[in-house]
Design a protein around this ligand. Sequence first.
Ligand code: CUA
Length: 396
Amino acid sequence: MGTRFARRWRLLIPALLGLLLAGCATGRLDATDPIGQEARDIDFLMRLSGWMAVGVGIFVAAAVFAIIVKFRAKPTDDPDDLPPQIHGNRKAELTWTIIPTALLVFLTIFTLPTVFALADEGTGRTIKVEGQQWWWQFTYELDEDEIKKYNLDQDSRYEIVTANDLVIRTGEEVNLEIHSNDVIHSFWIPQLNGKKDAVPGRVHHWRISSDEPGIFYGECVEFCGLSHANMQMRTIVLTPEDFDRWMREQLAGQLAAQVAPAEESPEAAGAALFETHCISCHVVDGAYESAAGGNANLLAGIAPNLTNLMSRTAFAGALYETYQTGPDGAYLRNPDGSLKLNVAELREWVRNAPDMKPARADNQQGMLDFSEVLTDQDLDNLMAYLKTLGSPPVLP
Ligand code: CUA
């Protein structure tokens, strides 16, 4: 029996070790590698309190060990002889009240300024963030200077509406106005800042910034329904020059979307299908902005605005990549250097979305199943039309 037990242990220990080490895998959500100032401030507090806890832990463990050794029963002791019973020792009581209080006061001195600083609004651009079941929408309103800079009509309002990819520029303290249109979500880009809830009927301010360009991944962190775990997003930080290019391309995409595809082309056939099946939920700026009549579950604006679909690195709540990536995560390219569109998954998403991302059991919310509706030819035509929406993403 002894050997069987030992054999079992030999298997159990590596298995447990494997489980433990799996926690060290570097995922795309990494709160231990802060990039933004806000995330660095939080990280400092986490490490400070962590090391203090380690110090207290070591002190208590050492004290317990020392006391066990020093006061253990000796062979010469009479087993019926109880040690003197005492109650209340002023010195000891004061010590273990004052030391933890001092530690907490010390921690508060560092924590309070950070808590207040994190609540400040950013000094840069304001971006509206809307949590939806189950994806994020980002809205940029152009200010007067930008309207002038991009030669736009000074009497009009201009908005850029995007989904999944929150694009910002380096060095800017972006002021997020976080809101939800259905249930409570929570916005979290671990490398840029902590978590902020998106609550219906309220607007929460949150600030993010990054001095270095890059793609930083995030995830909704408040349980919000069936596809909560599939409600991801990413922040794409670009240099000011690249951000400017992104803005221009978004605006150019809005203009291009208004031009109808050449007649009798697959794109035109796709546009016609889009008009029949997609526009009750999806908006394309200037082309398809009508809302479905009466059905609150099917209302334009509840699904991502697709004006610049091709400029986004991900679709379906950032669950799938718009462009193909290799095993190392790097983008694959065509011989001419352009990004390789992830046609297979995008086409399958259009065909039968609920299969790729659970929505609501009654199929009353989220992208519908079109597998019985659209033929292969229809799907090809729709893909041809979708490919016309926007230029490829500007990558950091
Ligand atoms: Cu949205 Cu969880």
